[in-house]
Write a protein that binds this ligand. Structure first.
Ligand SMILES: N[C@@H](CCC(=O)N[C@@H](CS)C(=O)NCC(=O)O)C(=O)O
Length: 84
């Protein structure tokens, strides 16, 4: 499973998702794209979805918006993400 989180640090909704990734110990299983610092990242995200909204978790290239949905999905799929 390929996971990529589009985020930026000043976004409180992103912080909720980042904290969940930390607490579930999933950091090494997720690629991170800071859309404020990385112009290429921001353009990719905008081209793919027509939106610049973060957080957005790409699950095998399929974008999921909404921090609550992302957190619930991470909790539900944590074992599979870790390959357990
Ligand atoms: N309901 C969304 C809110 C996300 C949101 O408002 N993100 C802001 C940053 S904190 C954003 O990306 N704003 C810029 C935009 O929508 O293009 C969530 O919980 O994920």
């Amino acid at each position: 499973m390929n996971l990529k989180l589009y985020y930026y640090n000043q976004c409180p909704f992103c912080q909720v998702v980042l904290r969940k990734i930390d607490s579930l110990d999933l950091q090494t299983h997720v690629d991170f794209c800071n859309t404020l610092e990385d112009e290429k990242c921001r353009d990719e995200h905008l081209q793919k979805t027509g939106r610049s909204t973060v957080p957005c978790l790409y699950i095998d290239d399929d974008p999921m918006f909404e921090s609550r949905d992302i957190v619930m999905w991470l909790e539900k799929n944590q074992s599979q993400i870790k390959g357990e």
